[in-house]
Design a protein around this ligand. Sequence first.
Ligand code: AMP
Ligand code: ZN
Length: 136
Amino acid sequence: MKDENCIFCKIANGEIPSRTLFEDDDFRVILDLNPATKGHALILPKNHYKNLYEIEDETASKVLPLAKKMVITMTEKLGCDGFNLIQNNNEVAGQTVFHFHMHLIPRYNDDNQNFVMKPNEMSGEELDAVRDKIVK
Ligand code: AMP
Ligand code: ZN
């Protein structure tokens, strides 16, 4: 399942060169061209799924173990101080390339980056209503 108009399909399957950190039958892990920090990488499945809404469970179940492996190796090799894993779904959430990918972003004490979300106040009643909407 490839999409011939998708740049990440071409990269994942080696039709467009990339700075590959890891490859197996299902995935390619590459360096992001415009890194948020040194070592910012992307996990790309070789098959085309638009995002988390579309990725099949078998592939999805392999993403986190691969992320863990990369995070451990990259922390050792780069000497970073932590990691953010970010995975955007749909335009409203910041997705710009519509082929599932997970960002692996090494963090350094002095990296000057900021992925902190803005917390909002919400009453107990409102929180209950949200929970009820999801679980009922
Ligand atoms: P997102 O906003 O979650 O869709 O992330 C897309 C990411 O892909 C961005 O961080 C881009 O810098 C990165 N990107 C786009 N085109 C390429 C490319 N050809 N090679 C490597 N990274 C890319
Ligand atoms: Zn694709």
